[in-house]
Structure formats: C-alpha cells, structure tokens
Design a protein around this ligand. Structure first.
Ligand code: CDP
Ligand code: CDP
Length: 227
C-alpha cells in the first residue's frame, strides 16, 4: 500500500519553495499547503482593519474571528478571507513587505501552527514556509531547506514582476528581500532556520524542473511512497 507522508520545505524568500512545492505535490498526488499565504492573509486583514502590528492581542483576536480559506488551483494557492477573494492582493508589495512584522508574534504563530498541523493530520501534504521542519511538522518524513544567493532570488522576483507587467526595481527588491530574511531569521519565536535533519539544496544554478526532480528522487529514497 502507498503510504502518505508529510514533506516540509523551508527557506528564504525567492528560493523557489512555492513553485517547487506545488509541482512536487502534483507529482506525488499530494496536497500543497502554502503557509506563507496564511500570514499574508492576516497581514492584509490587519491593514484593512487598521490594527497596529505591535498589538499582538488585537492581531490574535482578528485571526480567531476571520474565516481564512486556502484552495489550490493550477496557478497556485487561492486565498479568501470572510468570503472575499484576496489571492492577488496578498501578493502586492504593500503586503509582502509587512508580513514579517505580523508573523513575529508568539500568539499568532501558535494559532497558525495549530491550523497547519490540523491540515497535515492525515498525511499526504507538501507544506512550505519558514518553520515547517522546525516547529509545524517536526516529524515530517522528509525535510528540505531550499536556498539560493540573494542576487539570484532578487533576480527571480524581478523577472516574475516584469513578466506580470509590473514595475520592478532590482536593487530595491534585493534590499526588501534582505530585510525580510533578516527579520524572519532573527525573530524570537520559530525563526527561519534549517532543521538539523533537513536536506539543504542550493538552487542558485538549478532550473525549476531540476529542483523538482531532485526533491522527488530524494522523497522516493527517504520515504516509503512507492505504489
Ligand atoms: O513567497 P515568499 O517566500 O516571498 O513569502 P511567503 O512564503 O509567502 O511568506 C511571507 C512571510 O510570511 C515570510 O517572510 C514570513 O515573515 C512569514 N512566514 C512565516 O513566518 N512562517 C511561515 N511558515 C511562512 C511564512
Ligand atoms: O516561494 P519562494 O518565495 O521561495 O519562491 P517562488 O515564489 O516559488 O519562486 C520565485 C521565482 O523564482 C518564481 O518566479 C519561480 O518561477 C522562479 N524560480 C526559478 O527561476 N528557478 C528555480 N529553481 C525556482 C524558482
């Protein structure tokens, strides 16, 4: 019988986590769970309701009462809050550059981790984020830490924005990504960190397909996912 395990993918912004996690999940017939989307949704809601990012209790209360839904489409993760589709809004720089200030709070992370663990309870997920291997799924069958140089990650985001017809400034993107890396890895609760048992993959000079195939081979070697 085919056993369905959980796979954790962590790493800094632009390392390719969401693109690769989605493709890996499709290849394994698993469910992809984008935990960054959950923190983005709360940040968007806090902006809309003008909640101060330093007010941990108000943010926690907002998260408790909002109806957050994730669903997968061929293009990625669709996000709704209180039945309003905010899939594209949460990818705007105005949200991206503020998420780390919301995600740093312990009370927020506790609620998010509980929701994420519930989503993965039955196995068969590929979950990506910052603390999946260290805090959300410490018992995941296979853990990856994807990385790439900051220049490569900024250049990937730059290309992505140009293709979408957005204005894009490579130098500014590099500064924003570096600041987010710093905030995410230096925060007190569940910082971005490679789990000791995670496999680090430097994707700087790898194509998306190369990374997906490499991860797929590792999953087949490390976990019993054969038919
Ligand atoms: O796609 P990208 O890597 O740029 O970001 P994301 O995965 O959507 O995550 C956005 C932000 O949410 C991160 O910079 C973290 O501050 C936060 N995050 C987190 O703290 N923990 C997670 N498991 C996922 C995201
Ligand atoms: O989720 P994360 O922030 O780690 O990265 P992503 O959003 O999956 O990838 C950022 C951009 O890099 C996307 O436009 C991907 O298509 C691209 N990418 C790439 O060019 N080469 C890779 N090996 C992985 C991703």
């Amino acid at each position: 019988m085919k056993s369905k395990v959980n796979i954790a993918i962590d790493g800094p912004a632009g390392a390719g986590k969401s693109t690769v996690a989605k493709k890996l999940a499709d290849k394994l017939s698993y469910v992809y769970i984008d935990t960054g989307a959950m923190y983005r949704a709360l940040t968007w809601k806090a902006q809309r309701e003008k909640v101060n990012y330093n007010d941990e209790e108000k943010l926690a209360e907002l998260l408790r009462r909002m109806d957050l839904k994730l669903s997968n489409s061929s293009a990625g993760t669709n996000i709704s809050v209180d039945a309003e589709d905010i899939t594209s809004e949460v990818r705007e720089p105005s949200v991206t550059n503020e998420v780390s200030y919301v995600a740093k709070h312990e009370a927020i992370r506790k609620q998010m981790v509980a929701k994420q663990q519930e989503l993965a309870a039955g196995g068969g997920t590929v979950m990506d984020g910052r603390d999946i291997g260290t805090a959300v799924l410490p018992d995941a069958a296979v853990k990856f830490f994807l990385n790439a140089t900051v220049d490569e990650r900024a250049s990937r985001r730059h290309q992505e924005q140009l293709v979408k017809g957005m204005e894009s400034d490579l130098k500014l993107l590099k500064e924003e990504i570096s600041l987010r890396d710093k905030l995410d890895s230096e925060r007190e609760f569940a910082p971005l960190k490679k789990a000791p048992d995670a496999m680090e993959v430097d994707t700087t000079s790898m194509s998306i397909e190369e990374v997906v195939n490499y991860l797929y081979d590792q999953v087949r070697k490390q976990a019993d996912v054969h038919e």
